[in-house]
Write a protein that binds this ligand. Structure first.
Ligand code: PLP
Length: 384
């Protein structure tokens, strides 16, 4: 058998801190390595496989579309793209009426930054401390973590960050040149930090008063992860633009920037070769259909609650706090999360960090209660 680790290490430039496992297969909430070992996946490819790995409906849609048409430039109309847009707008907030289709989350953020400047004729953006919005130069400017940014400066000028969920600090940072405020509703990478309804209502009002665009990043929270189709449904506010990606294509690379009627664009102002390609759109239709047919948001809510109730029943000495929003689970530890992640891997459970001390669990929403029980039993043994 080929040494896949050695091949990757030889040829791929070194940017990812990798776990010592070669994953070759997935189905639902299970994954397999190249030795045939089976794992419970509590990471979903970082909230990508919400509908489960190699979901039958998604596999069938991609296969059928691949046999028909794989690529279609955006200068032409395409049937699958049109049907995807119709499907997408049947589930997204009503005030968002137009989409720009991308291949990833960071590209959707880039599009938002450009359209915000074009629309407002202003240049500055405010985002939140501990926020994460991607790694390309514009999105990175809105991302908080110093280690991600310091070697790449100067980034895009005009970006500043303020404490999350603190309205006074945000209001004080606004000036006449503020084009947009870019925020997650629940910070994922930052450690499952949950924004309050009061905060977001105040931010919305401020944006209206000062002609600033409210740009909401639902790349991680979107598509049932939060216990609703979109987390914004909890907050009673409207976004001027909203970014989606990750699980939108059932695992296939895709992203979207949704825009309200306020947002200006125009031919030639932006574009993408692969954005909205037929394969991604076919996958997206199938993934959304699966979510609707299975009321996946209800499953996320119920399973998140179940997990929290069961785990909270134990006195876990290594744990400072457990934060759950829908089926986003953040277990804040008293010490670093990395040893726990490695121990879970030894026990064939795939998990994620968020920052240095938070263990983040984003299971495929289709995961069984039996698998959740197995994970809880193992967590209790490790964390007690
Ligand atoms: C909230 C949020 N925004 C943006 C991104 C960037 O998305 P992508 O990795 O697809 O570029 C991520 C990815 O983790 C994310 O969680």
């Amino acid at each position: 058998m080929k040494d896949y680790k050695a091949l990757t290490q030889k040829y791929e430039i070194d940017v990812y801190p990798r776990r010592d496992v070669v994953l070759v297969k997935g189905k639902g909430a299970r994954m397999w390595d190249d030795q045939g070992n089976e794992y419970i996946d509590m990471s979903s490819g970082i909230s990508v496989a919400n509908v489960g790995h190699s979901n039958d409906k998604v596999v069938e849609a991609i296969s059928n579309q691949a046999a028909k048409l794989i690529t279609c430039a955006n200068i032409f109309y395409n049937d699958t793209r049109a049907l995807f847009l119709e499907k997408l707008f049947s589930i997204t907030p009503n005030n968002l009426t137009k989409a720009f289709l991308t291949n990833s989350g960071t590209e959707a953020v880039e599009a938002a930054i450009k359209f915000a400047r074009l629309t407002t004729k202003k240049t500055k953006f405010i985002s939140a401390m501990k926020g994460f919005h991607g790694r390309t130069m514009g999105a990175l400017s809105a991302t908080y973590k110093k280690e991600y940014k310091e070697d790449f400066e100067p980034l895009v000028p005009g970006f500043s960050s303020v404490p999350f969920n603190n309205f006074e600090k945000l209001a004080a940072a606004v000036d006449d040149d503020t084009a947009g405020i870019i925020l997650e509703l629940v910070q994922g990478e930052g450690g499952i930090n949950i924004g309050s309804e009061e905060y977001f209502k105040a931010v919305r009002k401020l944006c209206d008063e000062k002609n600033i665009l409210l740009i909401i990043d639902e790349i991680q929270t979107g598509f049932c992860r939060s216990g609703k189709m979109f987390a914004i449904e909890y907050y009673g506010i409207e976004a001027d633009m909203m970014m989606l990606a990750k699980s939108i294509g059932g695992g296939f690379p895709m992203g979207v920037l949704l825009c309200s009627d306020k947002i200006k664009a125009g031919p030639g102002k932006h574009g993408s070769t692969f954005g909205g390609n037929p394969l991604a759109c076919a996958a997206g239709i199938a993934a959304i259909d699966f979510m609707l047919e299975n009321k996946l948001w209800e499953q996320a809510e119920a399973k998140g609650k179940y997990f929290l109730e069961k785990l909270s029943a134990y006195n876990l000495t290594a744990v400072r706090e457990i934060r759950v929003f829908g089926f986003m689970i953040g277990i804040e530890l008293k010490d670093k999360s990395q040893p726990v992640i490695i121990e879970l891997l030894k026990r064939r459970i795939l998990s994620l960090p968020a920052g240095t001390t938070v263990l983040r669990l984003l299971p495929p929403i289709v995961i069984s209660y039996e698998d959740l029980d197995t994970v809880i039993t193992n967590l209790v043994e490790i964390l007690q």
